[in-house]
Each structure stands twice: as structure tokens, then as C-alpha cells.
Write a protein that binds this ligand. Structure first.
Ligand code: NAI
Ligand code: MG
Length: 364
């Protein structure tokens, strides 16, 4: 197959982990006879420095012409004092909105050989394998009005949690579609005992569930879900929730696996042009030192192969190669055990490439 991939490394370790993912994609090209056309674009702080905009028109157009978008990470202390329209995060928020990336998928899966890196006891996290589906373009983060005002002589502030029914339908459908290929269980998270938006969310979930008879639907209040993620994370298969709840729960869930450097994500759009990025940020504390864990970025590229290109075998090959390397005790500094010498970013990427080549040699 021939595919056009837009690469947006962004800032900080984004560049380093992106280089790693590209290396792996080149290996896939070679082993499976595909042709990937890579095009680089600026976003975030790097784009602000060059063009005075966190999402230049040129980058947006390049993304729109691509078959998929891979993003590293944006942000850093250099731009923290900038006015809000010149903040790196603006670039990412604008891109999500422009591409209508409404469904954020975050798989949370513990790796046997890394269980000792989890802050939780082995018995709680062993065998954890679920997917969080977070609504990404609605809710409190985009609702208007969002402003401060002096009202009746008092300083007041308002944020608005706004959803259209269709926006709820499409994200909940997405969760049920995914559940059909998994353990066939959807947990819909809301705050229906307090919020009207949640009561409608629950109604919509019931309506959608009626169309997926083979998938079980469970409702859970968000505060309870926060506890359950720590206490009994194994019970989950697919969790679906609105934007802010999903933001908080997915960061909480990310801790189950031990390191932010392990977690990929996909943001799916209505148009078929999807974006893939690691969950972590630009890690200014280790940027430029060839220390970052490239696994989250590499697994994001694997998600791209699967969800955008239908390359299931290739995606699995990448995931297996990563697992193989971690199981053999090779790790970057964020995961290395005491007394073990950590691998650099580039060294770990080389290991994954070697594992891919071996795997390929066995099956062909
Ligand atoms: P962060 O995820 O960049 O870093 C948090 C901690 O985890 C740091 O100690 C970092 O060294 C470590 N870490 C993160 N990724 C790692 C990796 N791949 N390998 C090894 N260690 C890793 O979050 P933080 O520090 O809150 O934010 C730093 C900057 O990144 C800020 O400017 C923030 O706005 C931005 N950010 C961007 C995101 C994005 O591009 N999607 C998401 C989160 C934060
Ligand atoms: Mg977050």
C-alpha cells in the first residue's frame, strides 16, 4: 500500500520520539512492501518561533492532504509566559477542532514484565486491558460562554458544558463498535445524579445499546469510576465518557502501567483522517538528552497502521516487537530497575527494529 503520513514532531522530546517512530515505520515499509510518504510540519512552540502561529495554515493544509497524522508533543517553559493565542497547546486544540477529532482512544494495557514498575500492587494490575474512549471536541472545554464578568457588584465566572445529542450518539457508537471487537462490555461514565448533560448522556447510551444487543452496557458515576480504576481496573473493557471526565480518568488510568512513556493514543475523526500521538507531553526536564521512552510514540504509530490503514498484521508485529524488547529487560531510564543501566532512546529503537526483523524472519 502507498500512504501519505503527516509528521508533526512539535517540541521537546516530541522530536526524539518521532524520529524513533519513523525508523520503525521505515522498517515496516521494507518488511511488508509498503510505501510511506513522510511530510514534516510545524506545530506548537516550534511553529510559534518560525511563523508566529501555533498552527500555521501550511501545516493544517498538509495534514488535510495526508492519509493520517502523527504528532509528537507540544509545549515547554520557553512559551509559558506567552499570551494565550500564542501558546503551543493552542496549536493542538485548533488541530483537533479543525480535523473534527471527536473520539480519543487510549488503550491501557499492563505489560507482564513491567508490573513491578506500577505504583499499584501486582494483583491489582495484572491482566489489565481496557480502552478509554473520551469525547474530545465538546463539553466544558469548548462551550460558550466561558468568561469572567462583574455581576451584581461581584466578580463571577462561567464555563459551559454544552453537547448536541448527535455528538453524544457518535462517540457512544464508537465505543460500542470497539467493544464488539473486544470483550463486549461498555462502561458509560457520567454524573447523572447531578448534571442534566449526564442524564441525557445516559439516555443516549441506552438508545445506542439497544442497537448493539451483543454488547453489555453498564453505567457508572464518575466519582465511583475514579475509585474503581484503582481498586478493580480489571473489570473494564471499554470506558466511554465526555471530555473533562475523560481527561481526568485517562490520566489516572495511565498510572496503572507505570510510565507515561508507555501510552499511545488515537484521535478519530468523522472524515476518516485520524491523528495519533503519545499521551505524554514534551518532557522539558529530559528533552535533548536521548533519554525519552519512545514506546508511547511507536505504539501510536502502530495504532495508525491498524485504525487508519487496516494494517492489522503490521500493527501487531510492532506491538509484539516492543513487548519482546521490554520483556528481555531492555528499558529506558523511566522504567529501568535500580542498578540496571538504562538504554537511550535511539538504542531502544534499534532493539525494536532488531526484534521486528527477527519476527519477520521467523514468519516468512
Ligand atoms: P510531561 O508528560 O511532558 O512530563 C511529565 C513527566 O513524565 C516528566 O518528568 C517527564 O520527564 C516524564 N515523561 C513524559 N514522557 C516521557 C517519556 N516518553 N519518557 C520518559 N519520561 C517521560 O508533562 P508535563 O511535565 O506536565 O508537561 C511538559 C510540557 O508538555 C508542558 O508544556 C505541557 O503543556 C506539555 N504537554 C503537552 C501534551 C501534548 O503535546 N499532548 C500533553 C501534556 C503536556
Ligand atoms: Mg490531560
Amino acid at each position: 500500500m502507498e500512504k501519505k503520513i503527516a509528521l508533526l514532531p512539535g517540541d521537546g522530546i516530541g522530536l526524539e520520539v518521532m524520529n524513533g517512530a519513523v525508523e520503525i515505520l521505515k522498517a515496516i515499509e521494507e518488511h511488508y512492501y509498503h510505501r510511506f510518504h513522510f511530510q514534516y510540519g510545524l506545530i506548537g512552540g516550534a511553529a510559534i518561533d518560525e511563523t508566529n502561529s501555533p498552527l500555521p495554515e501550511q501545516t493544517l493544509n498538509m495534514c488535510k492532504e495526508a492519509d493520517a497524522v502523527l504528532l509528537g508533543s507540544v509545549g515547554g517553559p520557553k512559551w509559558d509566559q506567552n499570551p494565550s493565542h500564542l501558546r503551543p497547546e493552542r496549536g493542538l486544540l485548533a488541530l483537533r477542532k479543525e480535523l473534527d477529532l471527536y473520539a480519543n482512544l487510549r488503550p491501557v494495557e499492563t505489560v507482564e514484565s513491567l508490573l513491578d514498575s506500577s505504583p499499584l500492587k501486582r494483583e491489582f494490575v495484572e491482566g489489565v486491558d481496557f480502552m478509554i474512549v473520551r469525547e474530545l471536541t465538546g463539553g466544558l472545554y469548548f462551550g460558550k460562554p466561558s468568561e469572567r464578568k462583574v455581576y451584581g457588584g461581584e466578580e463571577t465566572v462561567v464555563d459551559t458544558l454544552f453537547y448536541k445529542r448527535d455528538e453524544m450518539v457518535r462517540i457512544i457508537e464508537q465505543a460500542f463498535e470497539l467493544a464488539q471487537g473486544r470483550q463486549k462490555k461498555v462502561t458509560s461514565v457520567d454524573k447523572a445524579n447531578v448534571l442534566e448533560s449526564s442524564r441525557m448522556w445516559r439516555e443516549v447510551a441506552e438508545e445506542v445499546a439497544a442497537r448493539y444487543q451483543d454488547v453489555e452496557l453498564q453505567h457508572m458515576l464518575v466519582d465511583h469510576a475514579a475509585m474503581a480504576l484503582i481498586h478493580n481496573p480489571k473489570q473494564f473493557d471499554v470506558i466511554v465518557t465526555e471530555n473533562m471526565f475523560g481527561d481526568i480518568l485517562s490520566d489516572e488510568a495511565s498510572m496503572l502501567t507505570g510510565s507515561l512513556g508507555m501510552l499511545p493514543s488515537a484521535s478519530l475523526s468523522s472524515t476518516g483522517l485520524h491523528l495519533y500521538e503519545p499521551v505524554h507531553g514534551s518532557a522539558p526536564d529530559i528533552a535533548g538528552e536521548d533519554k525519552a521512552n519512545p514506546v508511547a510514540m511507536i505504539l501510536s504509530a502502530a495504532m495508525m497502521l491498524r485504525h487508519s490503514f487496516g494494517m492489522n498484521e503490521e500493527a501487531e508485529a510492532v506491538e509484539n516487537a516492543v513487548k519482546h524488547v521490554l520483556d528481555s529487560g531492555k528499558r529506558t531510564a523511566d522504567l529501568a530497575k535500580k542498578g540496571e543501566a538504562p538504554l537511550s532512546t535511539t538504542a531502544l529503537v534499534e532493539e525494536v527494529k532488531a526484534a521486528l526483523a527477527d519476527d519477520h524472519a521467523i514468519f516468512n
